[in-house]
Design a protein around this ligand. Structure first.
Ligand code: AMP
Length: 381
C-alpha cells in the first residue's frame, strides 16, 4: 500500500485524494489547521510546517511527499527531501515561491514577462518606476496569492500610497514592481512532467479573474496553434530547467502578438479543475501518477468545459443540480469573504451547448455576470 504525504490540507489535497482513491492510494496531510478541508476524508497531522519532530513523523509515515500549498517553507521541503522522496523538488518550489526568481528564470529561458524590477526601499521604488513605467503593480515577492499583497499604481503619483500599503513588507517578503500589462486575455497552460522526463500538457485554458481571484476557466481555449505551441514550449522549458516532477501551471498574458508569463504555480492549479470531468485523465490523477513514477494518463479534452469558482459562500446546489452536464464540488469549507469554497464544471460535446448550459447555471444561481464573458466567447466562435 502506497501512502502519499501532502503538505497542506486544502481543497487541492482533498481533490488529489479523491483522484488517488481508485488507484488504491492512501494519504496523509499535514496542515496547521485542525479544520483543513482535506482532513474530512484523509488522516491529518496537525502541526507547524517548521516543526522538525512533526516533519520527521510525517516523513516516516509516507512513501512520497508532495504539496497542495506552495508556501511551505523551502527549508522544510529541503529537510524532508533528505529523508523521503519529495516532488516537485525543493529548488522548483523555492523558485516558484519568489516572483523575482521565477520571472528571472523565465527571461533566462527566453520567455517574455512584463517588465519588472526588485524594490528594496522607498527610493528604490522611484528608480523601479522610472525603469518599468506606469501603470504598474507593486507586489510582494513571496507569500502573495489571489491578488493579495498587490497594489496597482495608475501613475507615479501613487508611489506614496503603494509604499504605505506594502513598504513594511520590503524587508520580510521582498517587493517587486511589474509593468501593468493591458492583456487581451489570460491563458494558462497546465502541464505534467513524469519522473522519467515525459512531458504532457492539457489543452490551453482561458481564465477570467474577479478582484484578483479566478472566476471562470474555459477549455480548450480557442487560440492560434502557434500561440498554443509557444505556451507549451515555454512550459516545457521551465519544467526541464527545474527538473520538475508533477503538475504545474504557467499563467500567461496574451497581449495580441505574443505571450508574457506572469507566474508559475508549482502544484495542481485552480485553472485545471475542469480536467476532473473535462479531460481523459485529470490534473490530480496525473500529478499522483507523476510523483509515483507511474505511466501518465491522456491529457486530451473530452469536449468543451467551463469551470466556475464559488468564492465566499456556496450557491444553493439544489437550484442547479438538475442542469445536465453540470458537476458540483463543495469543498466543505466555512464561508468567508474571498475564500474559494467550491466550484462547478459544465462539460458539453459542443461549444454552443456549453453556452446554453452556462446561461442556465447563471440564471439558476443568480450568477449571470459570472458566466457572461464565457458565453460571449463561446458564441463568438
Ligand atoms: P497574480 O497573483 O500575479 O497571479 O495576479 C492576479 C491577477 O492580477 C492576474 O491573474 C491578473 O488578472 C492581474 N495581474 C497581475 N499582474 C498583472 C500585470 N503585470 N498586468 C496586468 N494584470 C496583472
Amino acid at each position: 500500500m502506497t501512502r502519499v504525504g501532502i503538505l497542506g490540507g486544502g481543497q487541492l489535497a482533498r481533490m488529489m485524494a479523491f483522484a488517488g482513491a481508485p488507484l488504491g492510494l492512501r494519504f496523509l496531510v499535514m496542515d496547521t489547521a485542525a479544520d483543513a478541508c482535506a482532513a474530512q476524508f484523509v488522516p491529518l497531522l496537525e502541526a507547524d510546517y517548521r516543526d522538525e519532530q512533526a516533519l520527521a513523523e510525517f516523513a516516516g509515515r509516507v512513501d512520497v511527499v508532495t504539496f497542495d500549498f506552495e508556501n511551505v517553507p523551502a527549508e522544510s521541503a529541503q529537510w524532508l527531501s533528505q529523508r523521503v522522496a519529495v516532488f516537485p523538488n525543493p529548488r522548483a518550489l523555492a523558485v516558484a515561491q519568489d516572483r523575482l526568481a521565477e520571472k528571472s528564470l523565465f527571461n533566462e529561458l527566453g520567455i517574455g514577462t512584463p517588465r519588472f524590477s526588485a524594490v528594496e526601499s522607498r527610493s528604490d521604488l522611484e528608480r523601479a518606476l522610472a525603469e518599468v513605467g506606469a501603470p504598474a503593480i507593486l507586489k510582494t515577492r513571496r507569500l502573495g496569492y489571489d491578488g493579495k499583497g498587490q497594489f496597482r499604481l495608475r501613475t507615479e503619483a501613487d508611489a506614496d500610497a503603494a509604499w504605505e500599503a506594502l513598504g513594511s513588507q520590503a524587508g520580510s517578503v521582498g517587493l517587486i514592481l511589474e509593468a501593468f500589462v493591458p492583456f487581451e486575455r489570460e491563458l494558462s497552460v497546465v502541464a505534467v512532467r513524469g519522473r522519467n522526463g515525459e512531458f504532457r500538457t492539457w489543452p490551453l485554458t482561458r481564465n477570467w479573474h474577479h478582484d484578483g481571484i479566478l472566476s471562470a476557466s474555459l477549455a480548450p481555449a480557442r487560440v492560434d496553434p502557434a500561440v498554443e505551441a509557444a505556451a507549451v514550449d515555454a512550459a516545457r522549458a521551465v519544467a526541464e530547467s527545474l527538473g520538475y516532477v508533477g503538475v504545474f501551471a504557467l499563467e500567461l498574458f496574451d497581449v495580441g502578438d505574443r505571450l508574457l508569463a506572469n507566474e508559475m504555480a508549482p502544484r495542481v492549479h485552480n485553472s485545471g479543475h475542469w480536467t476532473i470531468e473535462g479531460a481523459v485523465c485529470s490534473q490530480f490523477e496525473n500529478h499522483l501518477r507523476a510523483v509515483l513514477g507511474l505511466p501518465l494518463g491522456s491529457t486530451a479534452a473530452r469536449g468543451h468545459a467551463c469551470m466556475l469558482n464559488w468564492v465566499g459562500e456556496m450557491p444553493p446546489a439544489s437550484h442547479a443540480l438538475d442542469i445536465a452536464g453540470l458537476h458540483w464540488h463543495d469543498y466543505g469549507k466555512q464561508p468567508r469573504e474571498g475564500r474559494k469554497v467550491g466550484h462547478a464544471t459544465c462539460v458539453s460535446a459542443a461549444a454552443a451547448d456549453l453556452a446554453v448550459q452556462l446561461e442556465a447555471v447563471g440564471r439558476a444561481l443568480d450568477r449571470e455576470a459570472q458566466v457572461a464573458d464565457v458565453v460571449t466567447t463561446l458564441r463568438a466562435g
